[in-house]
Write a protein that binds this ligand. Structure first.
Ligand SMILES: C[S@@+](CC[C@H](N)C(=O)[O-])C[C@H]1O[C@@H](n2cnc3c(N)ncnc32)[C@H](O)[C@@H]1O
Length: 171
């Protein structure tokens, strides 16, 4: 393919927003049981790109992990969560669609996931143990990313990014 011109930093800067949008709460990525700080930083960057907020529990180490992992000039919107189950319950009561991202039976396949047309909370599992059983009852739907290969699962930030891009209508 010829005639390709890679966009320069200057081009990209001119296209991007000058400021993060104010919180619309339309898409929220929720790694509510995080284990590795590095994944939170990666996820924050995807949230910025996809126009999503990040909901994360305020643990002694998460504030620092996000500050350290933030490579954006202006950070994306962060919602600090006290208790994950109570918070999820509140989002449900506020009529958000609660979408679990998990390897689960009867899950929607990623390719069949439509763009989000209503406020959607994307729930990510713990890096080792997945979404805890007590949270499964609070999910309206589960999406699974099909895999072929020897690995049991994807990295949580990668899985979240794929789902957020579908929900944002970018993929
Ligand atoms: C490393 S996985 C957790 C391990 C796995 N649930 C287990 O119990 O062995 C961390 C999280 O990433 C997400 N994830 C990883 N691969 C996925 C896939 N193929 N489809 C959907 N979610 C996935 C889920 O949210 C999962 O809870």
């Amino acid at each position: 393919m010829s005639g390709i011109r890679v966009r320069t930093r200057k081009d990209l800067r001119a296209e991007r927003r000058r400021h993060p949008p104010r919180c619309l709460g339309h898409l929220i990525a929720a790694p509510l049981w995080p284990l590795h700080g590095v994944n939170l930083g990666t996820l924050l960057r995807t949230c910025d790109a996809a126009g999503a907020c990040l909901a994360v529990p305020r643990l002694p180490w998460t504030t620092e992990a996000l500050a350290r992992g933030n490579t954006l000039r202006r950070p994306a919107c962060v919602h600090w969560v006290r208790d994950p189950l109570t918070w999820l319950d509140g989002e449900r009561a506020a009529r958000a669609h609660i979408l679990g991202v998990e390897l689960a039976e009867n899950a929607t396949r990623l390719a069949d996931l439509p763009m989000a047309r209503r406020p959607t909370v994307t729930v990510l599992g713990h890096e080792r143990d997945g979404i805890p059983p007590e949270a499964l009852d609070l999910l309206d739907e589960v999406v699974e990313i099909p895999m072929i290969g020897t690995g049991a699962s994807l990295n949580v930030a990668v899985a979240a990014s794929l789902v957020l891009y579908k929900l944002a209508g970018f993929a």
